[in-house]
Design a protein. Structure first.
Ligand code: G1P
Length: 271
């Protein structure tokens, strides 16, 4: 059973400057709530019991959001406002399930995953990238249900504009299980347009095997001098581990770029 999730949150958020000069991007409001709460709710609804946040010293404000609750306590005592009380209860619920680890050097998503090794108990765990919101249908829940049937790793997938393949991890497919799921033959991190095997992109939801830690430990740096999770997955596929690509049914919202963030906030306010 998949009960643990990890969320890399140490990224610098430069694509969202000036908003991120003092503020972590994951706390930026989207229709009155920090973006990270949508991700946490997706986890809770999918049956996740523990979430590991990978933050950095620069992004301690994320920990404060859940831990500095003296302010709430004082105000609730003084004013007894039911709205504040219910917000406080929500924060307490999140706080109970969240643990923190640190990645102080921005060495890539693979390096962030490595930091969580000592916490992961079972053979598979979920990873969510907070720049990728998926609304209207719980992608993690659907991926967990595929994992239960096929007992292997799963990654979210979406067709992207061919001109943008060098912004994503790109799959090549082996065979389809049904319209929404296929076995992955290979995956390449941010290929050039001319060498991309397809326009099926990796979106930020992964069910990863514990074995990935061993792979990451010995992995040389990849594109841009970073340790990429995609390269570790590629290695595992070559060794014969099965990975399924899941074409999710929900709507994808990109929250990692300024235009994406503006559009996502509008979309989210409609639901
Ligand atoms: C990361 C992954 C990439 C994936 C993307 C999804 O890239 O490395 O394979 O397609 O997330 O959002 P990043 O957005 O960190 O550049």
């Amino acid at each position: 059973m998949i009960k643990q999730a990890i969320i890399p949150l140490a990224g610098l958020g430069t694509r969202l400057l000036p908003l991120t000069s003092v503020f972590p991007k994951e706390l930026l409001p989207m229709n009155g709530r920090p973006g990270i709460e949508y991700i946490l709710d997706e986890c809770i609804e999918a049956g996740i019991k523990e979430v590991i946040f990978i933050i950095s010293n620069k992004k301690k404000m994320i920990k404060d959001y859940f831990y500095k609750d003296n302010f709430y306590k004082k105000i609730i005592k003084k004013k007894g406002d039911p709205r504040i009380l219910s917000e406080y209860k929500k924060i307490l619920k999140y706080k109970k399930m969240v643990k923190f680890v640190y990645q102080n050097k921005p060495l890539g998503t693979g390096d962030a995953v490595l930091k969580t090794q000592k916490f992961i108990k079972s053979d598979f765990f979920l990873m969510l990238l907070p720049d990728d919101l998926i609304i209207k249908k719980n992608c993690s829940k659907d991926m967990i249900s595929i994992h239960k049937k096929k007992k292997c790793s799963v990654m979210a997938s979406m067709k992207v504009d061919k001109k943008t393949v060098n912004r994503w991890g790109i799959f090549s497919k082996k065979n389809h299980i049904n319209i929404h799921n296929f076995y992955i033959k290979d995956v390449i991190e941010k290929p050039e347009i001319k060498s991309a095997p397809s326009n099926n992109a990796v979106i930020g939801r992964y069910i990863l095997p514990k074995k990935v830690f061993k792979k990451l430990k010995n992995q040389p740096k990849g594109k841009g001098g970073e340790i990429h999770i995609t390269d570790a997955i590629r290695g595992l596929i070559i060794e014969g581990n099965k990975f399924i690509g899941h074409n999710f049914k929900g709507k994808y919202l990109d929250c990692g770029t300024m235009q994406g963030y503006i559009n996502s906030s509008k979309e989210i306010s409609k639901i």
